[in-house]
Design a protein around this ligand. Structure first.
Ligand code: ATP
Length: 915
């Protein structure tokens, strides 16, 4: 292939075998440079040509398929059987109505499921992918969609590869390519060309879009974007529809199945009693049996559940908590312990260097923010650090061993990269250093980036005389171990680790985060080996930085404590620093912090004993997090755990709610998580828990509303048949009520506001059964009230002997619906009184549902067409008044029951507001 004259057209072919070409050839072909990358002009031109680096959206189930899956439901099967049977009996009208209702149910289910799916999808769309590129000589973080062929991309552990890359450099780079090859073990990658015939899995010189970097680092040039990538070609396979299921809905499904069996038994029993016991016509009794089934099955429940959860997801997203797995919405409400990372989650992650410590000087630095203004003070007196070689050496080390940038744009300081490193740049600028000049005078040859496990970063630099130097910065305990000397009086002295430990302790006691810097001259020239970087260093000094706690985190910690939720802080920082920050955050048990080392020494049993007594874990790494989660779960704690690194994934998966960071988190941690914090802020976790508690309450309220109303409807028919009477409500009328009340009224709970004291009560018991004693009592109580009200009116009307059966039945239907409407108001609060302005009109959705329901009842009662279909009859004002009276009676009786319950339950107790 002619590499010299290769033009843009050579980039175009998606089948180009870049993996078998040398890196120089690939760079030539894309006219790119590994050090400077593309410039903006080239990027714009290529964007125009290749478009955005976006994969086609995963294919969704077709609407038709989604519509037909609505019929795959036990309740619908029952209705279909009933419809066919009624047709056989020659009751064409009834049969038509039943089939009509089946279609309506499917349409409603279809619309609601669509709404829920859209809600989830829009939330998922909020998690955009990022990529780190080198453009116009600068390292920048951009949205992955903005990548174009020729871009130089930097990969780090935990990243998801943003496009197809030909690797230019790699350092222990391992990539898991399951998304492409199905192979789940990670493959070691390198930059040498591989043979032309290599299969996808053997192309070790490539990093393919959507695969995950499990360890190491690498740099690559983009060779294909969007549809042209390997994954883009097979993206049809990516269609993945998340199930709208949670532990509660699974339990409910099971409950519905068991309930159906009971209902069918009752229906059969009623049928037998009617035909055999009372000698009634069997077709009539069959019809009655079907209406019992229709009445008793809580058909509206699944729709109510789905919509309530989906609305919860949307609301959480508005509060910066993006749900990735739906069950988390529900689990969040039951969280008992939050294990949160310190930096960035509890603190602002805006570091400012405050202390520069050399062997003999403890220098304080003034100034706030990123502006390079602030004096250096030694014992209160301003000093010029330019004159102090040891301090200048430290500041230079901080600049060179650094990947961040700070630039001024229109009066504002823009920063990019790790805040710890940003702080070092700001610090050096305060002393008059020019970062660009330093970096060109001390050219970087290679680097070992910082990682939470390694806890240091190292660079290899060449000075203008051609000498090579290694710079290392990192956690003091680690760096101290690598040092054999210290910089003192312009020369190298023997390293006195005890003295430095004491100095570190002193700075940490001020609540400052510690960073040690060291250097050495080296013979190494090309690659920087870890082994070489980790020994015989000369310690230059220590930096101390502050990272103030987030104001809102302090408040949220307090709210969590009041809500009975434990907050534990896990940090990679020094134990003394961690303790000082924990005190500022008002955490409990800050005195007896545990260190990662202690956790390692503890047996599982010992850790279990300790874990609840300690709220601060310092110098902890990802493996420690996993053990902590397990130990807490042994105590039946429901644990929410935050994490951002690639190695946090196991702990996130293991915890009950794994929480990843939307901003500083790695893609790998996000994928292991149940929820992502868009703003990395602890306060968002607390708010999500509050929202989760509300969703769970609303689900329970919907159950507490729907089950008794279904019971009431079924009771009316069972009682009538058992007593050998005419049924007060006909089967098709029952169907009507079920659809009108269940769907329009029950859904209103999805929008119910919190019941005031959500975060002042202890977490719910997640092992609590679905049907508590209270729920069973409510079903019986309200079911009986509805039976008495509707059945009573029907009998009274019959006894008067003046009206038709249709008229009496219409009254029973309306009385029942009125009872349900008023019971809806009761159900808005578990035990609190609904007799208040807030209780009656506080929820717009409830009011709308009621207005809609009344409208539909008027339609049902007064429109001739409906009279024909449902055998209803127009009512006069007096009849309407009596129906409303039944509703009012239900309302006041339930309020009396709630009042008695409030009286009897222990105030402040676990069940005081939530039976
Ligand atoms: P967490 O986010 O879990 O609270 P953390 O962010 O404090 O922890 P790490 O980022 O793992 O923990 O940092 C641990 C230690 O590593 C820090 O106390 C600091 O001494 C050192 N360190 C942090 N960032 C860098 C960096 N960019 N380069 C070198 N060393 C660093």
């Amino acid at each position: 292939m002619n590499k010299e004259g290769r033009s843009e057209s050579s980039e175009e072919s998606g089948t180009e075998k870049w993996f078998s070409e040398t890196t120089t050839a690939v760079l030539d072909a894309f006219q790119s440079d590994p050090d400077s990358g593309l410039n903006q002009e080239e990027v714009d031109r290529k964007r125009e040509k290749y478009g955005e680096n976006r994969l086609p959206p995963p294919s969704r189930r077709s609407p038709l398929k989604r519509f037909f899956t609505q019929f795959n439901n036990l309740f619908i099967y029952l209705l279909l059987i009933a419809g066919v049977a009624t047709a056989f009996l020659g009751k064409w009208l009834d049969s038509g109505v039943i089939f009509g209702v089946v279609v309506i149910i499917a349409v409603i289910g279809f619309i609601q499921e669509g709404k829920a799916e859209r809600a989830l999808e829009s939330v998922r769309g909020m998690l955009s992918r990022k990529a780190v590129v080198r453009r116009a000589g600068q390292r920048r973080e951009i949205a992955a969609e903005e990548l174009v062929p020729g871009d130089i991309v930097i990969l780090d552990a935990g990243d998801r590869v943003p496009a197809d890359l030909r690797l230019l450099r790699s350092r222990s780079l391992e990539i898991q390519e399951a998304a492409l090859t199905g192979e789940s073990t990670a493959v070691g990658k390198q930059s040498d060309p591989v043979e032309e015939g290599a299969e996808l899995g053997d192309r070790l010189s490539m990093a393919y879009s959507s695969t995950v970097v499990t360890s190491g680092q690498g740099t690559g040039i983009v060779v294909a974007t969007g549809d042209a990538t390997e994954i883009g070609r097979i993206s049809g396979m990516l269609s993945e529809v998340e199930q709208l299921k949670t532990p509660l809905t699974v339990r409910l499904d099971l409950f519905a199945k068991q309930l159906s069996v009971v209902i069918v038994v009752i229906a059969l029993l009623t049928f037998s009693v009617g035909t055999i016991g009372w000698g009634r016509e069997w077709s009539e009794m069959f019809f009655a049996a079907v209406s019992i089934a229709v009445a008793a099955i809580p058909s509206g429940l699944p729709a109510v559940m789905t919509v309530t959860l989906a609305i919860g997801v949307e609301r959480m997203a508005r509060r910066n908590a993006i749900i990735r797995r739906l069950p988390a919405v529900e689990t969040l409400g039951g969280v008992t312990t939050i294990c949160a990372d310190k930096t960035g989650t509890l603190t602002r992650n805006e570091m400012t260097a405050k202390t520069v410590r050399t062997v003999d000087k403890d220098i304080q630095v003034e100034g706030v923010g990123y502006e390079p203004k602030g004096r250096f003070l030694d014992d209160g007196a301003t000093i010029d650090v330019g004159e102090l070689d040891d301090v200048s050496g430290m500041l230079r080390a901080g600049l060179l061993c650094n990947d961040a940038s700070v630039r001024q744009q229109e009066q504002e300081w823009k920063t990019e990269g790790d805040p710890t490193e940003v702080a070092l740049i700001v610090l050096a600028r305060k002393a008059g250093f020019d970062p660009d000049r330093e970096n060109s005078d001390w050219r970087r040859i290679d680097a070992i980036p910082f990682s939470s496990e390694r806890r240091y970063m190292a660079t290899l630099n060449r000075d203008s005389d051609g000498n090579h130097h290694i710079y290392v910065k990192g956690a003091p305990e680690h760096v101290f171990e690598m040092c054999t000397g210290e910089w003192k009086d312009g020369g190298i002295a023997e390293f006195d680790i005890d003295a430095w430990d004491q100095r570190a302790e002193d700075i940490a006691a001020r609540g400052q985060r510690l960073l040690a810097v060291a250097r050495k001259e080296t013979g190494a020239k090309g690659e920087l080996e870890e082994k070489e970087a980790e020994q015989d260093l000369v310690l230059l000094g220590l930096f101390g930085m502050v990272d103030p706690p987030r104001e809102e985190a302090i408040r949220s910690v307090e709210i969590c404590h009041r809500a009975g939720i434990g907050v534990k802080m896990i940090t990679g920082d020094h134990v003394t620093t961690a303790g000082a920050v924990a005190r500022e955050l008002h955490l409990n048990n800050v005195e007896n912090a545990l260190r990662g080392r202690d956790i390692e020494e503890f047996s599982d049993d010992e850790l279990e004993r300790q874990v609840r007594k300690v709220d601060v874990f310092a110098r902890a790494s990802p493996e420690h997090k996993l053990r902590l989660v397990k130990a807490l779960q042994k105590h039946h704690e429901v644990v929410a755990m935050t994490g951002d690194g690639v190695n946090d994934a196991p702990a996130l998966k293991r915890s009950n709610v794994g929480i990843a960071m939307g901003q500083k988190g790695t893609e790998a941690s996000r994928e292991a998580s149940d929820m992502v914090l868009a703003d990395d802020n602890f306060a968002s976790i607390e708010r999500a828990i509050e929202e989760g508690r509300k969703v769970y309450d609303n689900l329970r309220k919907a159950i507490l509303f729907l089950l008794p109303t279904n019971a009431g409807e079924a009771l009316i028919i069972v009682t009538a048949v058992m007593l050998g009477m005419l049924t007060p409500i006909s089967p098709v009328q029952i169907l009507w009520i079920n659809m009108v009340t269940a769907v329009s009224l029950g859904i209103a709970f999805a929008w119910e506001k919190a019941e005031g004291n959500l975060m002042q009560r202890p977490p719910r018991n997640t092992e609590e059964p679905l049907l508590t004693g209270f729920t069973i009592w409510r079903i019986a109580f309200v079911g009986s009230l509805l039976l008495l009200g509707a059945g009573g009116l029907f009998l009274q009307e019959q006894a008067r002997g003046v009206s038709t059966v249709d008229f009496a039945r219409t009254m029973a239907v309306n009385a029942l619906v009125m009872g349900e409407i008023f019971y809806l108001l009761n159900s808005r609060f578990f035990t609190r009184s609904s007799i208040s302005w807030q209780g009656l009109v506080g929820n717009r959705a409830v009011l709308l549902a009621i207005v809609a329901c009344i409208g539909l009842q008027i339609f049902f009662t007064h429109v001739p067409f409906m009279n024909l279909l449902f055998e209803s009859a127009p009512l006069d004002a007096g009849a309407w008044a009596r129906c409303v009276a039944v509703g009012l009676a239900v309302f006041f009786l339930v309020e009396i029951e709630k009042f008695l319950f409030r009286r009897w339950s222990t105030p402040g107790g676990r069940e005081s507001n939530k039976p």
